[in-house]
Design a protein around this ligand. Structure first.
Ligand SMILES: NC(=O)c1ccc[n+]([C@@H]2O[C@H](COP(=O)([O-])OP(=O)(O)OC[C@H]3O[C@@H](n4cnc5c(N)ncnc54)[C@H](O)[C@@H]3O)[C@@H](O)[C@H]2O)c1
Length: 496
């Protein structure tokens, strides 16, 4: 069983709160221990931002949220947990002490991950009775969106622990990468620190201010890094001759004075003040949670774009998102609708920022997306789901007619109802209405026709019996409903 059944978070600050959000939104009951007097408020705010971000990230069916319980002791926290994540402040004595207490109280088979940014796991597991199940799971902020965890074992960590940790991260949408050896600061923080060290020199030496430095990153190589990292990017930079040529051209620069090398800048009061003032000038107009929300929207946008690249197969973090969504669809309860003489409710959605155009209204094609998602939902109800498609059959849309009747605005909750019009089941002919939840205003309609096909043979064929068995009673149940006013309407017709 690779799924995490119950999680415990020890420490609920920036990182621990976001781990809790990742677990809870993946449907995992989670306990939280943090002595901070305002821990519940702080974690609650992180949770609210995380839910908002997931609302933007995916329309796949998220599981019912796990229960989040605040507790007072390590013993209560780890009771029944099979993944325990330590995220207390970065002090080796404190961490070792907390981890040793966790080890004593937890089920010996429970996995224990530390969020440490750079302390070696061998140091942390020193006093444990069952150190073989302890490892570093180093995440990136915000843990609920950025999917990577560096998995690092210490001298006493078993290789199976790291493999099991990696397998358990996949169903919560995360990619675990296992490092071959432990090293202080692992991979990510070593790279970040090298760039940060150089950046601090550039500010101290008045070469640029914080805003200019950030612009240099985000308008250029920052975007490259998000999608190809360093070596794949440099392979392309070497032109047709590739990596060898790149190294021949830029390798010598490493010994030119392009870097302050390992000199560490003195972060004295004057430099801290200078950086803080420049940062206020750069970003002080935004509140902390506001900046978090802007960051989340940007990250969601990047991941969604990466999901569509490489001929639709996805790339990097976008490919992982596709796999996570496939998992969500597979594990979601199968939708059911008993045949009834009422139009069927097929979709609930929210208008999110990327759906809104320059008028502040939901952009035209998102209305179509609502109807397309509703049609997909009907297909899942009749059993023409992803497994059916993978086995070689599907329904393809062949014709549609929309009416745009009212505006949907950012944040509006929407739903779609559908009436199935009489057909033989080889075609599915529906009339759909898109409504706003708050006032049941009718926003748009769509008359929609799908045709059953064999994707292998590339032609239309009758549906398989298991689909017809579900579909025909639904068609029959709607047969006596009056024809919707707009059905059969042609473009430009004055009256519905
Ligand atoms: N902030 C980041 O970007 C980041 C990224 C990756 C990893 N980390 C690592 O995650 C860990 C936590 O960092 P953070 O940024 O969340 O710090 P933080 O200061 O925001 O949170 C630490 C939390 O631990 C709580 N705490 C202190 N002692 C505790 C104890 N004995 N038991 C339970 N809770 C206790 C504090 O009340 C606080 O809420 C550190 O090891 C850090 O290196 C941080």
């Amino acid at each position: 069983m690779t799924k995490i059944q119950k999680a415990a978070c020890i420490g609920g600050g920036v990182i621990g709160g976001a781990w809790a959000a990742r677990f809870v939104l993946a449907g995992i009951d989670t306990t939280m221990l943090d002595p901070h007097p305002e821990a519940e408020r702080i974690v609650g705010e992180v949770m609210a931002n995380a839910e908002r971000a997931y609302g933007l990230l995916t329309t796949a069916p998220l599981p019912k949220k796990g229960k989040l319980t605040f507790v007072k002791t390590i013993e209560e926290a780890v009771q029944g947990a099979d993944w325990i994540q330590e995220s207390v402040p970065e002090r080796v004595e404190l961490k070792r002490n907390v981890l040793t207490q966790i080890d004593a109280a937890a089920d010996p088979k429970a996995l224990i991950g530390s969020s440490t940014s750079g302390i070696m796991p061998t140091e942390l597991q020193r006093d444990m009775k069952h150190p073989e199940r302890m490892f570093v799971a180093h995440p990136y902020n915000p843990v609920y969106l950025l999917p990577l965890a560096e998995l690092v074992g210490g001298e006493k960590t078993s290789p199976e622990t790291l493999e099991l940790a990696k397998a358990r991260l996949a169903p919560i949408g995360m990619k675990g990468v296992i490092l071959k050896k432990e090293i202080e600061a692992f991979v990510g923080d070593r790279l970040l620190e090298a760039v940060w060290r150089e950046g601090l020199w550039l500010i101290k030496d008045d070469i640029c201010d914080t805003e200019t430095l950030d612009d240099v990153i985000r308008y250029s190589f920052g975007m490259r890094w998000a999608q190809m990292g360093m070596f794949e990017t440099y392979r392309i930079a070497g032109g047709e001759a590739g990596m060898r040529h790149f190294i021949a051209q830029f390798g010598p620069c490493l010994s030119w004075p392009w870097t302050k090398l390992m000199d560490v800048v003195d972060l004295d009061d004057a430099l801290v003040e200078k950086i803080a003032n420049q940062s206020d000038a750069q970003s002080g107009a935004y509140g902390f949670r506001e900046l978090e929300r802007i960051r989340d929207e940007n990250l969601v946008g990047i991941m969604q774009t990466l999901k569509t690249s490489n001929g639709g197969q996805g790339w990097g973090a976008g490919k992982l998102l596709t796999e996570f969504e496939a998992h969500l669809w597979k594990t979601a309860p199968k939708p059911e609708a008993k045949p009834s003489a009422e139009p069927i409710k097929l979709l609930e959605a929210k208008v999110h920022p990327s759906w809104v155009d320059y008028n502040g209204h939901m952009t035209e094609f998102r209305y179509n997306q609502c109807f397309a998602d509703a049609a997909d939902s009907l297909l899942r109800i009749v059993g023409a789901d992803l497994d059916y498609v993978a086995a070689g059959h599907s329904y393809y849309t062949v014709e549609a007619h929309n009416q745009w009747l009212d505006e949907a605005k950012l944040g509006d909750a929407l739903y779609v109802k559908a009436q199935i019009l009489p057909t033989d089941g080889k075609k599915i002919h529906t009339f759909m209405w898109l409504y706003r939840v708050s006032d049941d205003a009718l926003l748009a309609t769509c008359e929609h026709l799908m045709l059953h096909v064999s994707s292998k043979e590339g032609k239309s064929v009758p549906p398989l019996p298991e689909v017809l068995e579900k579909l025909q009673p639904m068609i029959a149940a709607h047969a006596n409903l009056p024809l919707p006013a707009g059905a059969g309407r042609v473009v430009g017709q004055k009256k519905a």
